[in-house]
Design a protein around this ligand. Structure first.
Ligand SMILES: [Zn+2]
Length: 320
């Protein structure tokens, strides 16, 4: 009987001991903690009817995946909005989003404007149809961020108090220079690094600027810039579906470890392949070094702060 009692006590201690360990949160358990709350996607594109992007098959990514492009303007819009619903994406920065504008959805889409004369962007803002200047990508034309021709855009953004989304590397798919020479043959990696933004960040200290694609692969430069400039954020679009997942995680982990987890925002850079939204979300959710709180920061909180969403809107998103 004594032996029997001893056995029961041992079992109790074991069970209690195990549940204690569980409550303390084993880091490996984060791998299974999937974030399911509201998401802000800081990087989406709308294309005009007849755009050459429609129907384009994405060449094999470094993960070895290819994606067949949606065929038309309507399909692009509808399939993207379906993904928003599926993943609880409550807000998205859509470059050329005025193409999808509709009064009922004005709270869903933040319109990004670019490649237009300054007066046209200002007029667009006055109509309530410009929330971000982006995606700025002078890189494709071999022009750097600190080129005098780009200054009026930063100046306008600072004056209107709207953010700028700036594209650096990577441009297009891997090997884009060679596989799509007519579209991407002019770009060069030597003018794609993020340090070109430093003069801009100094000249316009109140500018809210985010580097698109996380500034990959210039990790040291991104850390240096984020250390030096508190208004600088990054999105993780493209690198969360084009790179092998381990490479994306290695990159993300360094930025987190360095202390920049409050300035990393989710983005997909969905163009004509809506499924990349799901892959991008999964890649962040799969990062076993992230706590659920850190995932929430990346998927929602950091962008909400960067975009200066109202308390009311945040509350609404979080209760939906
Ligand atoms: Zn983009």
């Amino acid at each position: 009987m004594k032996n029997q009692l001893f056995k029961y006590v041992c079992i109790l201690v074991l069970v209690y001991g195990c549940s204690e360990t569980k409550n303390q949160g084993n880091p490996e358990e984060h791998a299974t903690e999937q974030y399911t709350g509201p998401i802000i996607d800081m990087h989406i594109h709308a294309f005009e009817k007849g755009s050459p992007f429609f129907g384009m098959t994405h060449p094999p990514t470094l993960r070895g995946e290819t994606f067949k492009g949606v065929a038309s303007f309507t399909e692009q819009k509808e399939k993207t909005l379906e993904k928003f619903k599926e993943h609880n994406i409550v807000k998205a920065m859509v470059a050329d989003g005025e193409l999808w504008y509709d009064n009922e959805r004005s709270d869903l889409i933040i319109i990004g404007g670019k490649n237009k004369p300054i007066d046209a962007l200002r007029a667009q803002y006055n109509e309530g149809k410009l929330g971000v200047i982006g995606e700025m990508a002078p890189f494709y034309g071999k022009i750097l961020a600190n080129d005098p021709s780009q200054m009026p855009y930063f100046e306008l953004a600072q004056e209107l108090e709207i953010p700028v989304g700036f594209h650096v590397f990577p441009g297009g798919p891997n090997y884009g220079i060679h596989v799509l020479p007519e579209m991407l043959g002019g770009m060069r990696t030597y003018n794609a690094g993020p340090l070109q933004l430093e003069d801009v960040l100094v000249k316009y200290p109140h500018l809210r600027l985010y580097i698109m694609h996380g500034g990959w692969p210039y990790l040291e430069d991104v850390k240096a810039l984020m250390y030096a400039h508190p208004n600088l954020y990054v999105d993780v679009a493209v690198i969360n579906w084009i790179l092998p997942q381990e490479e994306f995680h290695t990159y993300l982990k360094v930025l987190i470890t360095a202390g920049f987890g409050d300035r990393i925002m989710f983005g997909s850079d969905q163009m004509v392949w809506p499924q990349v939204i799901s892959i991008g979300i999964e890649s962040v959710n799969n990062a076993d070094f992230l706590t659920l709180d850190q995932k929430e920061d990346i998927f929602y909180n950091n962008a909400a702060r960067f975009l200066k969403l109202s308390e009311k809107e945040i509350k609404k998103h979080k209760s939906e």
